[in-house]
Write a protein that binds this ligand. Sequence first.
Ligand SMILES: *Cc1c(COP(=O)(O)O)cnc(C)c1O
Length: 444
Amino acid sequence: NKYFLDDVRLKYPDDFDRIRRMSLIDEDGERYVRMAHLACVGSHAINGVAALHSELLKQDVLRDFYEMYPEKFSNKTNGVTPRRFIVLSNPRLTKLINSKIGDNWIKNLEDLRKLEAFVDDPEFRQEFRQIKHAIKQDLATYIKQQYDITVDPNSLFDIQAKRFHEYKRQHLNTLHIITLYNRIKANPDIDITPRTFLFGGKAAPGYYMAKLMIKLITAVSEVVNRDPDVRDRIKVLFLKDYNVKFAQRVYPAADLSEQISTAGKEASGTGNMKFALNGALTIGTLDGANVEIREEVGEENFFLCGLTTEEVYALKASGKYNPRQYYENNAELKKVIDRIASGFFSHGDTELFKPMIDSLLNRDEYLLLADYQSYIECQDRVSQAYRDQDRWTRMAILNVARMGKFSSDRSIHDYCTDLWHIQPINVELEEDAHVKIDGLSGSI
Ligand SMILES: *Cc1c(COP(=O)(O)O)cnc(C)c1O
């Protein structure tokens, strides 16, 4: 730290505040090591994992370090492996793609773009739709076996699968579910697009609010799934023990991928990529890699909602954000919050969800109430779009065809060439090498 701060002093003489800010040791109160600063000094390269994240590092989180060492900074947008997240997890889709464009896409994901040529082929669209339906049927069968709950594979499968965290806002998704439920209760004959809401994910053991978010979902599901007024038009299910192996079953079954983190909070996300590669449409905020996914697939094939990072920062900086005002001024939102607070989903217990209601109405650090109306309006557009199955399928195909950028082959290649300066070497493989992972097998 002594040598490092000497360097800072040389570059910025007498800028004592900067020296204090950049020190490897925080000495404001109790002294502690700033691990991120230590990493910046020790590393020859620093990168964000999506374009937005890299910009935030330079302009905000690591601004002083960017000013001192601009040449260290770059972006490497994340990717996922098509071997696990398409070939292994979705053999039906793999076979369909191979029948149209061969199998070179498995090693060169940009080749998926060749699928665009088939989007106007009605037979291809029908096959694509049948495959999605068959995968949803499989998951429905699993859900029947494991949970004894019947879900309709013709309904819109709306899935949020990721770790539970307030910034990922599974509870915003839940506010939408309760909104639909309230609409049905107010008008039982209302014409709504049937949906199956699926959640998967774990909370960290000590993260009380994340566990309460899971509790809210299971509480809502117990009421909604049994209410005869709902007439099975919406179903809600929390899938337990979410892990990578189970994730491979879940991503291919989605019609809609929930990527609704508070803008500026998600570094990249990779679940967003796995869903879109398997033909789900995304409802999402301009956060992490969502920004680049939307650029790639086209804004007309992406459901955008919520505040931008700049708007989030401005609202917070103003010091004027009052979530209770949104609650008071939005009748539908007020009914949703009041239903939770009344104990309706908790056997009359008005204490259970109080910490969450209190957090949302008085602080709302993750701006759920600010984004509620935008999210609900966007979900209403999703419901409308799903009614035109042929149009929906076109959008889904274009998502798959335009996701080539998000291969981990591309991201790792970028690290190799730009940062590590290493070349690929040839590895001799046996003919017909087989992969076998977790009991699933396929050939490459
Ligand atoms: C991909 C993946 C994640 C990451 O999901 P995000 O939506 O990007 O947070 C988490 N858990 C499992 C099991 C995954 O496969």
